[in-house]
Design a protein around this ligand. Sequence first.
Ligand code: NAI
Length: 449
Amino acid sequence: MLKIGIIGGGPAGYALAIKMAQKGCSVVLFEKEKLGGTCLNKGCIPTKAILHSSNLIYKTKALSTFGIDINTDNFDFSKLIERKDTIVSKLNKSLGMLLNSYNIEIINEEVISFDKEQIITQNTKTACDIIILATGTVPAQIKGIEADNQFIYNSDGILTLEKLPKSILIIGSGAIGIEWSRIFADLGVEVTLIEAAERILPIADIDVSSRLERLLKKKRVKIEKATVVEKIECNEVKLSNGKALNPEKVLVAIGRTPILPNTELEFKTNKGFLDVDKNFMTNIPNIYAIGDINGISMLAHSATHQAIELAEYLTQNKQPHFTQKDIPSVIYGTPEAAWFGATEQMLIESNLQFKKVLFPISTIGKAHAEDEIDGFIKILTNEEKILGVSIVAPEASSILMQFLVAKENNLSYKSILNAVYPHPTFSEAAFEAILALDNESLSLPKIKE
Ligand code: NAI
């Protein structure tokens, strides 16, 4: 029986452990902290639990619009945090039980070294036929602005806040910076968001960036673009644009860096991330790397999909197709932003011919019923092929998926029109947006010739 040693129990490691056990392998999973990795313990799940609370506060502030008159000024931050901790610990326990049900051996210790044949912890030495590194990443730091969990925090430490500050400066407007800006702003904290690039969320389509900027400004978030922190002295933050700020707290959210257990093996790396081939194998035969650590894309769903493809490769010799896949991105909050594939700037820069539509969500009846009219569906196509889709709307993460399923199966964008969409829903905006690509929308006025 093939013996697999997996280092790291996050979405990459635990998904692979389950898959390999399902295929009849003997699996040992090493985790130094809690099962579930960054996603469950310090990322997706706890932040979405907090975001759900702050979102409810945002919604209740607007209740009078819906004819409901309730005083919503009071909320208990400690209960919100307690709820987040309960959710995480419940999911931790279920994950342990899930892995136990597959007879996966879990060694809850730090790996102190490993080579091609064995993995060593303080109390164990395990011989393995194949080793998989799924050790993830930790928050990146800015030199001289390291987290002290007193004044300066990173995305791990911010989850341990016991009291809301009056003001916060958030450095970096990626997914973490934007989601925490939304959380703090809805909880009544004064937020300043600074971004080194010319626009916020620079990896997204330009229309997503500008709409999110507008939405954040509506929440009174102050935004400083093309700006970095020059220095912090006695809790005064000096910005490169000459301004000086005195926030109560600072959150650094400028990306993540990889972590690798101690080893004498010489791995080939790229900016610290492990180089892998199309089968996720590192330069050392028999050692594979999946999830954040290989730097392909630092998202939980990407890690899980890599695990599935690697398991099928190792047990059935099925060739992975991961590098050809579009990985969806989502920014949570109200409204969500979600996208995959090409952005308009990418297509312009590569001189590719494309057709585009930016369909406003405000044409949809459900958007008015729920007072959520700020958003759009943007579709970029070439001939009948979908090149990329970006959405800002309630349920954007779900609406996006029909386009992605069509693209991954090489279907024409028109194939989406074969389905009857229920009314009233946000999803019917997808149908209408496709019609609008060919100027055939039933919701938009005739274009003047
Ligand atoms: P990120 O790499 O997505 O964004 C960091 C931002 O900080 C960039 O826009 C960059 O231009 C800016 N920046 C870098 N250095 C700066 C500086 N010195 N001053 C000002 N701005 C600076 O990183 P983030 O947001 O920390 O997220 C880390 C990882 O976690 C990402 O891969 C992200 O996709 C993932 N994540 C995903 C979530 C989701 O899917 N909703 C939620 C949270 C994290």
